[in-house]
Design a binder for this molecule. Structure first.
Ligand code: CP
Ligand code: NVA
Length: 301
């Protein structure tokens, strides 16, 4: 496989291999004897804002020997309506790989199909696979393994990050509880496919009980800004704070994919108390991107 389009499309073995290679990449950072992207040119094509994903891919591609161009979707003809299938066929004849951040999942699938070059999903409305792979590595680094892992996702259960968590739990078999207001729960058909160790509830206290990892994301994802006022009302209370933490497992980890909105999905106090983990999670995006890039460049995923 030479694309990474979703966690859904990965097997348990592929996920565990990527987590293992991430550990190697982190340990060997600065040793440039292996440069799987040498003489390659990659493009980042982004229709949404990004700090971590953009910088970690740009740095990772360079550290692996490649060069990289950033294309804001609105600055190329894509933004004026040129179809994705045409953009993909042009870029596929010029560059060696593409990293795409956009709205619809079908757009990254179409790009991969028509370009014929390795294509990575850097976030769509449905999935954020590179984020969840970095999170899994961060959990393994902190807890030693995925054995007896229980993750509680608090907030927008219908967002990309929550949906990628569902597929990670489905593939690796750990317990995942999602605490969300009813109108922001994951699609029922996704839960049906994913398995019974994944539960969804409006009851935050029940979901958090004894969880080893508490995870949250923004209440208003990119592209949903027009729903801001109704979301702020509906998500009220779906916050990680001292009260919620008290019923989690002893020494529970708090994670956040960032950017964080203090006073909304997490309190300032809890965010700062767990800042070491949260910013290590962000750093691990770099090491994970390198493991992903190496795997797709070598068609070894
Ligand atoms: N977590 C994450 O993907 O951050 P950016 O939006 O800054 O890339
Ligand atoms: N769910 C968030 C993730 C940001 C990294 C969004 O899509 O905006």
């Amino acid at each position: 496989m030479k694309n990474l389009l979703s966690i859904q499309s990965l097997s348990r073995e592929q996920i565990l291999n990527l987590v293992q290679r991430t550990e190697d990449m982190k340990r060997n950072r600065g040793n440039y004897s292996s440069q799987p992207l040498l003489h390659q040119v990659w493009a980042l094509i982004f229709s949404k804002s990004s700090t971590r994903t953009r910088v970690s891919f740009e740095t990772g591609i360079r550290e692996l020997g490649g060069s990289v161009m950033f294309l804001a979707a609105d600055d190329i003809q894509l933004g004026r309506g040129e179809p994705i299938c045409d953009t993909a066929r042009v870029l596929g004849r010029m560059i060696h790989g593409a990293v795409i951040r956009t709205f619809e999942q079908k757009d990254v699938t179409e790009f991969a199909e028509f370009s014929g070059i390795p294509t990575l999903n850097a976030l769509t409305d449905e999935e954020h696979p590179c984020q969840i792979l970095a999170d899994l590595f961060t959990i393994q680094e902190s807890l030693g393994s995925f054995e007896d892992l229980s993750v509680c996702f608090v907030g927008d259960g219908s967002c990309n990050v929550a949906q990628s968590w569902i597929w990670a739990a489905a593939r690796l078999g750990f317990s995942l509880r999602i605490a969300s207001p009813r109108s922001y729960q994951p699609p029922a058909k996704l839960l049906h496919i994913a398995g019974s160790h994944i539960t969804v509830t409006e009851d935050l206290d029940a979901a958090v009980k004894n969880s080893k990892v508490l995870y949250t994301d923004v209440w208003v994802s990119m592209g949903k800004e027009q729903e801001t006022s109704q979301r702020l009302t509906q998500f009220e209370g779906y916050q990680i704070n001292d009260r919620v933490l008290a019923s989690a497992a002893p020494n529970a980890m708090v994670m956040h994919c960032l950017p964080a909105y203090r006073g909304k999905e997490i309190t300032e106090k809890t965010f700062e108390a767990y800042a070491d983990i949260i910013f290590r999670q962000a750093e691990n995006r770099l090491h994970t991107q390198k493991a992903i890039l190496e795997a797709v460049a070598q068609d070894a995923l």
